[in-house]
Design a protein around this ligand. Sequence first.
Ligand code: FES
Length: 102
Amino acid sequence: MPQWIDAAAMDDIEDEDVMRFDHDGRTFAIYRVNDAVYASDGLCTHEHVHLSEGFVMDHVIECPKHNGRFDIRDGRPLCAPVCEKLQTYPAKVEGGRIFIEI
Ligand code: FES
């Protein structure tokens, strides 16, 4: 059963940036773009590199290892070498805190 988890303060993350969030043995990536927040699995589907080390441009995360890209809104792969979708999760801001539903 998915639950909303308090993951971070909005102030912990810059706009157009990504941060790592570990919870219950899993790792996630949380994104902030134009003051909206998004969440996904934390590891690239290509070779399990932490996407929190990557770069955010608009609604795209670029993996730091081979520059594969995903749309952070729905996890779809945008260019080689990534071809497997990235799992995304609902995210919201309440009272200055970021919550993700996992
Ligand atoms: S590990 Fe992410 S593109 Fe290869």
